[in-house]
Design a binder for this molecule. Structure first.
Ligand code: C6P
Length: 419
């Protein structure tokens, strides 16, 4: 981008004003059980701004048709919107080429794609895949499945009591038997931010490729896949203010080119005969069948929204809120915070003495405060702490100090109810 274009883009970006930002999110302005909604379940799915909701309605009402197939006007408009979203994703994560952006259903499918098309052909008896204790089930089970099939094994890097990865121990697990290292960028259960750039460099020194589960990182930091030098990076639209049912696998072009297709079907072929089929080039090779066209267009609209935000200010606001929430909630004597890493984003997981997290979540809900209670699809994290579950408040840039105050009041009320 030229200096003049960069200056124009930065002036076009809005200064961060949380009250103004909140006006963009219609779902935030409602009462739940007679209380103003306090939405602190953003790590599960974030709310969508009006611009995303409107763009989906406009596209569906005006430009919708199947893509890549039609010679007619609507199909061409829909194809342009779909492929335009790919360009937006490329720019958003600074991928080198639009061919490196594969649209999938979400982080889960992105990881399954790599397990199936990258790991399965590479794994032999006794080979290893290295991951960490703090992975989401989506970044455990696909590897278990493919390891079982190929006679390979998982090696698991430990975390310390604060919920930080033991990086030296992880690096010591990397060996000539390691066929892939896969780890989460930001833990959904603990909020820990892993030093992925440093870890990727250590893996690359040993010739090992790395997949990063970026589901919880992408809404909270600027991710630059080239700067990280990630080989694969997976994320979901619905955690970054876009619609559900769509996500992205970023992969380096040479790796994706060398991988076999994940699924067979329409769009991923160039020539089909009963004797032999020739596959399409990237990215179509990995996008068999009619995709979630509207979802991809909605993701593009979410990126447009995020590109207009003042990210530095939004991130600073979120960090300030997390620090405030940590201070307020940890000051309650009955509360224990699970996950106290030095580098954290967005997530406050906690226990209240003698009260099951599901009961906490239910009473918080009665007070208008939406949180998640459970194992957060990260049972090995719960096993690490010998607990069944936590209550998890997760912050987005549209939350406020008043939201945290309401959370604190609701937590104190919960303790009173049970005392
Ligand atoms: N975590 C949560 O409440 P999908 O469902 O495919 O969009 O994302 C799966 C996934 C993978 N990795 C991480 C780190 C995640 O946090 C998630 C989804 C949600 O924490 C739902 S379980």
């Amino acid at each position: 981008m030229s200096a003049a274009a960069a200056a124009a883009a930065s002036t076009a970006r809005r200064a961060f004003d949380v009250e103004e930002v909140r006006r963009d999110f219609p779902a935030l302005h409602q009462e739940v059980h007679g209380h103003p909604l306090v939405f602190l379940d953003n790590a599960a799915s974030s709310q969508r701004p009006r611009s995303v909701i409107d763009e989906i309605a406009r596209f569906d009402g005006h430009d919708y048709a199947n893509i890549h197939r039609g010679v007619h006007e609507l199909s061409q408009r829909a194809t342009a919107a779909f492929e335009g979203a790919r360009d937006k994703v490329r720019g958003f994560i600074n991928a080198a080429d639009r061919k490196e952006i594969i649209f999938v259903r979400g982080t889960t499918e992105a990881i399954n794609l790599v397990a199936s098309s990258y790991a399965r052909p590479a794994l032999n008896l006794g080979d290893e895949i290295v991951l960490t204790t703090m992975e989401h089930h989506s970044n455990i089970v696909p590897w278990q499945m493919v390891c079982r099939e190929r006679g390979a094994v998982l090696r698991v890097a430990p975390i310390n009591d604060r919920g930080e990865l033991e990086v030296d121990e992880l690096v010591s697990l990397l060996s000539p038997r390691t066929k892939l290292l896969t780890l989460v960028h930001v833990s959904n259960a603990l909020g820990t931010v892993n030093p992925v750039k440093e870890i990727i460099a250590a893996a690359h020194e040993r010739g090992i490729r790395v997949l990063i589960d970026g589901a919880q990182a992408i809404p909270h930091m600027r991710v630059d896949v080239q700067d990280l030098d990630a080989d694969f990076y997976a994320f979901s639209s619905h955690k970054m203010f876009g619609p559900t049912g769509v996500g992205v696998l970023y992969g380096k072009q040479d790796l994706l080119d060398a991988m076999p297709p994940y699924q067979g079907g329409g769009d991923m072929i160039s020539v089909v005969t009963f004797e032999k089929t020739f596959y399409n080039s990237l990215p179509a090779k990995f996008e068999a069948g009619t995709p979630n066209i509207t979802g991809v267009v909605g993701l593009g609209a979410a990126i447009d929204y995020l590109e207009r935000l003042d990210w530095d200010a939004a991130i600073a606001h979120e960090r300030e809120l997390l620090a405030y929430a940590t201070e307020r909630i940890s000051a309650i004597p009955e509360v224990t915070i699970i996950g106290t890493a030095a580098e954290k984003e967005s997530v406050l997981s906690f226990l209240i003495d003698g009260i099951h997290p599901h009961d906490v979540g239910t009473i918080l809900d009665r007070n208008g405060v939406a949180v998640r209670a459970g194992h957060h699809c990260a049972q090995p994290v719960m096993q690490r702490y010998s607990i069944p579950a936590t209550t998890r408040a997760s912050i987005a840039f549209y939350n406020t100090r008043e939201d945290i105050d309401a959370l604190e009041r609701a937590v104190r009320h919960t303790i009173e109810v049970f005392s």
